[in-house]
Design a binder for this molecule. Structure first.
Ligand code: ADP
Ligand code: ZN
Length: 752
């Protein structure tokens, strides 16, 4: 008897075994999707193992059969990709079915309807191809002997009026439409046919073709080294360390051209595709329609079409955010991770994978080359290059030989406020903005706080206004007569006018958000044209719009959160101001200093990219902090050395490995008890396995969406011992009350 193991989309690590009816024998291969019964439900899963013969005596006789096949002949997940996903699931202790889902194309509604009820349409059950849609066409016969009910007649009239219509549309109107269609077809009043899915429009406008520049010597060298490895067909990982504006993108483009010469494909992942319209335009400018741009605004149908084109090899380059790592690119030869240091490569929900680490793995498994690019390499990548596990390539100068911007520290301890009276717009910064406006240059001001005021406090009792469901301060927004919002959940309410605790009326708005900064600037510089870029004003679509306005010089001052630090190339920006460099340093995380350094260097890199030199002003109360000092000198190498020494002393990554066990529950004591249990169990292994157990402790955000959160941090120099303990702890989870959630985060990035 034939059998298969199926990964189902359920939060369990195991797979499920099913019998394969003879009619599916051919199609039931590794990577193919099936519909399988699961309890009272039917689920779409992926075959991860197939057995020609399963012994009846081994319980095979009791196996439930597969219900139907989704993929008939061409499995949705190819062998290389499928095996990579299985390794990913094992590495992160993640449910295999949920991992598989990262790589599956969306199933359209109409297909799903067909899959779950194939018995109604035997012909559809045979051709269960999601690549086609079922249509009903009116036939010319006007009468028939079959007696039609009122409902039959209504459906018939509808089909006749339309001429031809997808069955799914009828189902939207009459739940029973299938029965009517069947009856009408039997009466030869209508015909049923499968039409191929229309090809969705994949690419908006053709981008402008960009002439290929003459490479700088450093670009030339990097390109040669990468191409050599591509041609040899041996896997290799490169760390492309190039200062901001050094032309890393050009190196990626050259590497892609080299890999396409070999008839192989490429994947490029970027931190946030919506924030990098310029980068996408450059890829499309070079490779035109051969680039699939994967972004969150695609409809399921468009995603599906893109997936098909990659799977068939019609398109061989995929670019997108971290999920593009799972694109079904054929014959993968290159994976590029742009801004490899960016924390957004870590997925923080569901399957908690790190796209940079997994990019290296996916590439390595198939003999592909992986290129990690950054102006500020992560300590992890730097460490790998010091151990000679990856090869560092340097682009030390800006591509067009522009000077790096000069950086000036504004020590807020001894600097006066400017004319606005607000110290956060210090006199030197105010003057610099003034003269930049006068000289016709553009200014970017970076402030990593959204809203008008980040917190509201009662002057009578000192109480901070909190979100009712989370243990965080609520942010005040001035719009619509004043509202408050929680940045961690969906809470939104009219702004309070008295303290929730002591009921006194004196509330003060504390702190400065981008909304208020914009207001303050408008008053200080009434004729300046302002624009703001943060998550409150822009969604993916209009980032491009705001940036285009800046590029067209319709904006004098751009205010924004870290959205302004991303790789924008805005040639007329000559002044960059960092309003509060200390904010990033105060986060309770061993990576705070590294993050702050990255942000400072990235935002500084926006200045002086054109012909005029750039100037950067960094406001801080900690001018001696190394993250600020080294950023000021653009001295990435010294910062890395300094920070590596610190990490080694404190025994943090990249010198030790971490696993974070997160526990949360609606009931605080249940969560606390579960956390204590986990920590206790972990401690019993600690000595033998050379493991540190930190905690249990409440998470820095101790309550989120009305759930109390605790954590236990495991640390070891040895990956194997960490894995052993995590595997054991995973079993403990079954002992907890049902509403206690316990998740494991391997190589955690966010400790919040
Ligand atoms: P990075 O990604 O390293 O910050 P970019 O790839 O955005 O840098 O390049 C910065 C600017 O330099 C871009 O405007 C790009 O078109 C230009 N550029 C890149 N390489 C060259 C080159 N070899 N000659 C001239 N201009 C170049
Ligand atoms: Zn909240």
């Amino acid at each position: 008897m034939r059998a298969v193991d199926v990964a189902l989309p359920v939060p369990l690590s195991q797979t499920f075994t099913y019998r394969v009816p003879d009619k599916f024998a051919q199609a039931a291969q590794f990577g193919a999707r099936v519909v399988a019964p699961f309890g009272s439900r039917k689920l779409v899963g992926v075959i991860v193992a197939a057995y020609d013969k399963l012994d009846d005596t081994a319980g095979g006789a009791e196996l439930k059969p597969i219900f139907s096949m989704v993929d008939d002949g061409d499995p949705a997940i190819g062998k290389d990709l499928g095996e990579f996903l299985m390794q990913l699931a094992a590495y992160y202790f993640a449910p295999i079915g949920e991992v598989m889902r990262l790589a599956l194309p969306p199933i359209e509604k109409e297909t799903a309807a067909l899959l779950l009820e194939p018995s109604l349409f035997p012909e559809a059950a045979r051709g269960l191809s999601p690549r086609s849609v079922q249509w009903v066409t009116a036939l010319s016969a006007s009468e028939s002997d079959v007696k039609l009910t009122a409902r039959d007649q209504a459906v018939l009239a509808h089909v006749r009026a339309a001429g031809a219509i997808p069955v799914a549309h009828l189902l939207g109107r009459w739940k029973s439409a299938r029965a009517q269609v069947k009856k009408l077809a039997a009466a030869a009043l209508v015909a049923i046919e499968h039409r191929p899915m229309p090809e969705a429009k994949l690419f908006a406008s053709e981008a402008e073709r960009e002439p290929m520049p003459l490479l700088t010597d450093a670009q030339e060298h990097a390109t040669r080294e990468i191409s050599k490895r591509i041609e040899s067909g041996e896997p290799a990982t490169f760390l492309l360390h190039g200062v901001t504006g050094s032309g890393k993108t050009e190196v990626y483009l050259q590497a892609i051209a080299a890999v396409r010469e070999q008839k192989r494909g490429a994947i490029v992942i970027v931190p946030e595709i919506a924030l990098t319209p310029q980068l996408v335009a450059r890829f499309r400018g070079r490779f035109g329609g051969d680039v699939a741009v994967i972004h969150s605004e695609l409809s399921p149908r468009e995603r599906r079409a893109m997936w098909d084109q990659l799977r068939s090899g019609k398109v061989d380059v995929a670019i997108g955010a971290r999920s593009a790592l799972f694109a079904p690119v054929r014959n993968l030869g290159l994976v590029v991770v742009d801004e490899e240091h960016d924390p957004s490569f870590k997925q923080e929900e569901g399957v908690r994978y790190h796209a940079r680490d997994m990019a290296m793995l996916r590439a390595h498994r198939v003999g592909a080359v992986c290129v990690l690019g950054s102006a500020t390499p992560s300590l992890e990548s730097e460490y790998l290059s010091r151990q000679s596990k990856i090869t560092k390539l340097e682009l030390p100068d800006r591509a067009r030989m522009q000077q790096m911007p000069s950086v000036e520290i504004v020590d807020l301890r001894r600097t006066d406020a400017g004319p606005t009276g607000d110290k956060r717009l210090s006199l030197p910064l105010h003057r610099a903005i003034e003269s930049t406006l006068a000289s016709g240059g553009q200014t970017i001001l970076f402030l990593n706080r959204r809203g008008f005021a980040p917190s509201i406090r009662c002057i009578a009792c000192g109480e901070l206004a909190k979100c009712p469901s989370c243990s965080v301060a609520i942010t005040f927004y001035r719009r619509r007569g004043g509202i408050v919002r929680c940045h961690y959940c969906d809470y939104q309410a009219p702004a309070p006018n008295r303290c929730a605790k002591c009921k006194a009326g004196g509330l003060v708005f504390e702190g400065l958000g981008t909304e208020k900064l914009e207001d303050t600037l408008q008053m200080a510089f009434p004729t300046a044209r302002l624009a703001r870029l943060d998550r409150d004003v822009v969604s993916g679509k209009n980032v491009d719009e705001v940036l285009s306005r800046v590029r067209r010089r319709e904006v004098d001052i751009l205010v924004g959160t870290q959205m302004v630090t991303k790789g924008h190339d805005l040639p007329d920006v000559t002044l960059v101001g960092v309003i509060n460099a200390d904010a990033a340093l105060s986060i309770p995380d061993f990576r705070a200093s590294e993050r702050a350094f990255h942000l400072l260097v990235q935002v500084a890199g926006r200045a002086g990219r054109g012909d005029k030199p750039g100037h950067v002003m960094v406001q801080t109360y900690n001018p001696d902090h190394p993250a600020i000092g080294f950023a000021m000198k653009h001295d990435v190498t010294s910062f890395l050395r300094h920070e590596l020494t610190d990490r080694a002393e404190l025994n943090y990554p990249p010198f030790a490995r971490l696993a974070l066990v997160r526990i949360d529950a609606a009931d605080e004591s249940e969560a606390e008890q579960a956390a204590a249990h986990i920590a206790g169990r972990a401690r019993t292994f600690a000595e033998k396995l050379e493991l540190d157990v930190l905690g249990p402790s409440p998470a820095p955000i101790a309550k989120l969406r009305n759930r109390y959160r605790f954590r236990v941090l495991l640390r070891s120099a040895h990956r194997a011992s960490l894995r052993k303990v995590v595997a054991l702890l995973e079993q403990e989870r079954t002992k907890f009350p049902r509403e206690v959630r316990c998740s494991i985060d391997i190589d955690p990035v966010q400790l919040l």
